[in-house]
Design a protein around this ligand. Structure first.
Ligand code: PLP
Ligand code: ZN
Length: 413
C-alpha cells in the first residue's frame, strides 16, 4: 500500500513532540497526547491558490491529501461566503463585521470540510466503512461523503437529536445508530468499537482519523484570510464543541504567516459556548488550565460536548492571543438567531446563535474592540434546528382570501 498524504510527512504529538509515521493512529504511545499532522511545505504562492477550484482543494498543497485529490469523487466543500454584515455591525456597534457563513456547505454545516479530508485518509488506509460519533451535523456529513466515495457508513449519535439532523444522516444510506446516552458516552462507545474486531477496517473520522480530519478546519482560516484580501481579521469568534475547529483556525493563521501568504499581524481568538454546556468558558473565567467535564443541557446540541478533547488548547489560544471564552443562555441564543436573520438574511442553526450571542455579549462587556475588524462564524443551517424558533415557525395570521380580512390584519399590526 503506498500512502499519499501530499505535504504531510508525519504525525507529531502535541504534548511531547514525538513523531510517528502517517497511519491510522491518534494518541502518543509515550504520553497519550493527541497526534496531529506535521508538514514539509514547498513554496506556496497566492497565485497558485487563486488559480485553484472554488472549494477547499484550492488549499490542497497545505492539507494532508494527494495532489490529484480534486479528481476523485468527493463533496468539494468550502469557499463559502464571507458576508459583509453592516446591518448586524450597526445593531451591535461594531465598525467592521463579517459573517463567515458555513451553512453554505453541501450538507449545510462546516463538518463537510473535515470529513472531506478524513475520506482521503480512509482511502489511503484501505478502510471500507466510514464512521463517527456525532452531535448531529457530522453524521450527515459522513453518510453523504461515504455515499459519494463509494464507502459504507455506520454512524453513532446520542438519542434525542433534532429530527432534521436525523433525516440528514439517514437519507444518504448506511446505518444510523442512536445511543441511549449523551455525546460523551457515544464517543466512549466508539473508542471501544475501534479496539474490537467488529470495527476492523473502519475509519472513525473523529477518532482514529482525527489527525487528518481535524486539519480540514484550517481551510476556514485560509478562506477568511483570502476573502479579506489576504489579511488576517483582528478578531474572530468561533464556536466550541470539542474545540478542534478553534485550535485549527489558529494553526491555519500561523501557517499563512509562516509561508508569507499574509502579513504577520496580531489577531485575537474568542471561543463561544452555550451556558448549558460551557466547560471551557467556566475554566477560562476561573483562570484554570484544566477543563472540568459537565453534563450538557442546551438547545445548541451540535456544541453539546461535556468533555471537550481540545479544551486546554482552546484556553491557551484564547489567553495567548488576547481573546476570551464566553457563553450565552438558550434565550440569548434564540434572540441572536433572530437578530442575525432580521439584519443580514442569514438563518443560522443554534451554533450560529451561540457565536452571534457571544459577539453581542463581548461588545457589551468591553471584551471585544468594536473598532477592530471582526469575523463571526456561522457553522450551520437554521433549517436543522427549527425547534429553537418554534414560536416563529407559524404564519403571522391565517385569513380568508378577501381584502377586508387582510385590512383587518393590517390594521392590527
Ligand atoms: C461540530 C460543530 C462545531 C465545532 O466543533 P469542534 O468539535 O469544536 O471542532 C461548530 N458548529 C457546528 C454547527 C458543528 O456541528
Ligand atoms: Zn507525546
Amino acid at each position: 500500500m503506498s500512502l499519499d498524504f501530499g505535504p504531510a510527512v508525519a504525525l507529531s504529538c502535541r504534548e511531547c513532540g514525538t513523531r510517528y509515521p502517517l497511519g491510522p493512529s491518534f494518541a502518543c504511545l509515550e504520553c497519550f497526547g493527541p497526534l496531529e499532522a506535521a508538514y514539509s511545505f514547498g513554496t506556496v504562492t497566492r497565485k497558485d491558490i487563486e488559480s485553484g477550484p472554488a472549494n477547499i482543494w484550492r488549499y490542497r498543497s497545505l492539507l494532508p491529501v494527494p495532489v490529484d485529490v480534486a479528481s476523485k469523487p468527493n463533496m468539494n466543500p468550502g469557499w463559502t461566503k464571507l458576508v459583509k454584515a453592516g446591518n448586524l455591525g450597526r445593531a451591535l456597534g461594531i465598525k467592521s463585521l463579517h459573517v463567515k457563513d458555513d451553512s453554505g456547505n453541501p450538507t449545510h454545516s462546516f463538518k463537510d470540510r473535515v470529513v472531506a479530508i478524513a475520506v482521503e485518509a480512509a482511502r489511503n488506509f484501505g478502510f471500507h466503512t466510514l464512521s463517527c460519533s456525532s452531535t448531529g451535523n457530522l453524521a450527515g456529513a459522513v453518510t453523504a461523503a461515504a455515499a459519494r466515495a463509494g464507502l459504507d457508513a455506520c454512524v453513532f449519535i446520542p438519542a434525542g437529536l433534532e429530527q432534521a439532523k436525523i433525516a440528514m444522516a439517514r437519507v444518504f444510506g448506511g446505518s444510523l445508530i442512536a445511543i441511549d446516552g449523551n455525546y460523551d458516552e457515544v464517543n466512549r462507545f466508539c473508542s471501544e468499537l475501534i479496539g474490537d474486531p467488529l470495527g476492523d477496517k473502519w475509519g472513525f473520522v473523529n477518532v482514529n482519523l482525527r489527525p487528518y480530519y481535524a486539519e480540514g478546519s484550517k481551510t476556514l482560516a485560509y478562506e477568511i484570510a483570502e476573502q479579506l484580501g489576504w489579511r488576517l481579521p483582528e478578531q474572530i469568534i468561533i464556536p466550541i464543541a470539542s474545540g478542534s475547529q478553534l485550535t485549527k483556525i489558529d494553526k491555519g493563521f500561523k501557517e499563512l504567516i509562516q509561508l508569507g501568504l499574509v502579513e504577520d499581524a496580531p489577531y485575537k481568538i474568542f471561543g463561544a459556548q452555550a451556558a448549558g454546556c460551557s466547560p471551557v468558558s467556566s475554566a477560562y473565567k476561573a483562570g484554570h488550565d484544566v477543563v472540568q467535564p459537565v453534563k450538557p443541557d442546551t438547545i445548541a446540541k451540535s456544541l453539546a460536548i461535556g468533555n471537550p478533547a481540545d479544551g486546554p488548547y482552546v484556553l491557551d489560544i484564547a489567553r495567548r492571543t488576547g481573546g476570551a471564552v464566553e457563553d450565552v443562555t438558550d434565550a440569548e441564543i434564540v434572540a441572536a438567531i433572530k437578530l442575525l436573520a432580521s439584519t443580514e438574511g442569514i438563518f443560522a442553526e443554534t451554533a450560529g446563535g451561540v457565536t452571534v450571542g457571544v459577539l453581542k455579549k463581548l461588545v457589551e462587556t468591553g471584551q471585544l474592540d468594536p473598532e477592530a475588524e471582526t469575523v463571526v462564524l456561522n457553522t450551520g443551517d437554521g433549517l436543522k434546528t427549527l425547534d429553537a424558533i418554534a414560536d416563529d415557525a407559524v404564519p403571522s395570521a391565517v385569513i380568508r382570501p378577501s381584502l377586508d380580512a387582510f385590512r383587518e390584519f393590517h390594521a392590527a399590526v
